[in-house]
Design a protein around this ligand. Structure first.
Ligand SMILES: Nc1ncnc2c1ncn2[C@@H]1O[C@H](COP(=O)(O)OP(=O)(O)OP(=O)(O)O)[C@@H](O)[C@H]1O
Length: 302
């Protein structure tokens, strides 16, 4: 594969009159974990569907594993896995039976299927549940089985659309470990998530989309440093955050910012100074679009 696992230039997609993707440019380095963030309905799933050939783009050039998603669909399909979408799990079969059946359907011999199944069960921490019917699995076990099934055949690029949504903290962390191990095997992982901490902890690179466009790309640290050195967080008497104000982090700037704030805030306002978080980054990059869409909606409903 070339340097880029995914290359997107000038991608546009409309549904009816609704412009969902309005000129997306993105490059995902091969062998990395890349997280796509964006508010609800920003077009994250649509983008994954275009990258995995399930939906056609209106305009632009999109390459996955070096193949064009429009011209070389079959080559793209042979280079990718998409968790949950292609997997057909039979609830009445055990985890092991499901995996073995899909190995055979993928063309492996009986012996190869047995070895591959045992390897996947072990890798995804499902060995002790191997002989239990899938309908008895917990959400986390089910998600791990989905992931195992999508990796029956090794593919260089793996797409995960909100892989940990609905999982508890420990199942989420277990899945993160698995995703990190996939990266060690050289697999490029492109994922969407609603958990900013997930992008922060897991991803080598993050892209934030809003308003149909890429608002920023970078490592978590790079995105946070755009906000500034330190932020001043202001809370009301109920400990609700009322404002987060970026500063350069210098004593002079913090003092000046506080002086400006003091006159406009009630005396009981509480204050803390901290490093910027991914939440701050997300809010700063997406709040303008949220504000605009709120105006649009109130204009329609009014
Ligand atoms: N097949 C379709 N036909 C019409 N509209 C669609 C279709 N698919 C998606 N949309 C619209 O496109 C917009 C983007 O949807 P999409 O699911 O890609 O967003 P998302 O960022 O994944 O959202 P969420 O975080 O809420 O899952 C939404 O307004 C959605 O209603």
């Amino acid at each position: 594969m070339s340097r880029w696992a995914i290359e997107i230039k000038g991608l546009r997609k409309k549904f009816g009159n609704q412009v969902v993707l309005d000129g997306i440019d993105l490059q995902v380095p091969a062998g990395t974990i890349y997280a796509l963030l964006g508010p609800n309905a920003a077009g994250k799933t649509t983008l994954i569907h275009i990258l995995t050939t399930l939906v056609a783009a209106d305009e632009g050039s999109v390459k996955v594993a070096g193949y064009d998603v429009a011209a070389d669909q079959l080559d793209v399909k042979r280079s990718i896995s998409l968790t949950g979408q292609f997997a057909a799990v039979d609830e009445m079969l055990t985890g092991e039976e499901n995996l073995r059946m899909l190995c055979r359907l993928s063309g492996l011999t009986a012996l190869e299927s047995r070895v591959r199944t045992l390897d996947l069960l072990d890798h995804f921490d499902l060995t002790s549940a191997a002989n239990k019917r899938v309908k008895t699995y917990s959400g986390g076990m089910r998600r791990r089985l989905d992931l195992a099934i999508s990796l029956v055949i090794d593919r260089p690029v793996l797409f995960l659309d909100e892989p940990t949504t609905g999982l508890d903290t420990s199942s989420r962390r277990a899945l993160w470990d698995i995703i990190l191990k996939l990266k060690e095997r050289g697999i490029t992982v492109f994922l969407t998530t609603q958990y900013l901490e997930e992008a922060d902890q897991l991803a080598d690179m993050i892209a934030v989309i809003a308003g149909g466009r890429v608002q920023a790309t970078g490592t978590a640290e790079e995105l946070k440093s755009r906000i500034g050195g330190e932020v001043i967080e202001l809370r009301d008497e109920n400990e609700e955050i009322i404002r987060v104000v970026p500063t350069s982090g210098s004593i002079r700037d913090i003092r000046q910012t506080l002086n400006e704030l003091i006159s406009s805030l009630p005396g009981h306002t509480r204050m803390s100074i901290r490093k910027p978080s991914m939440d701050d980054v997300f809010l700063a990059l997406t709040s303008r679009q949220l504000e605009e869409s709120r105006h649009d909606k109130s204009a329609i409903s009014g």
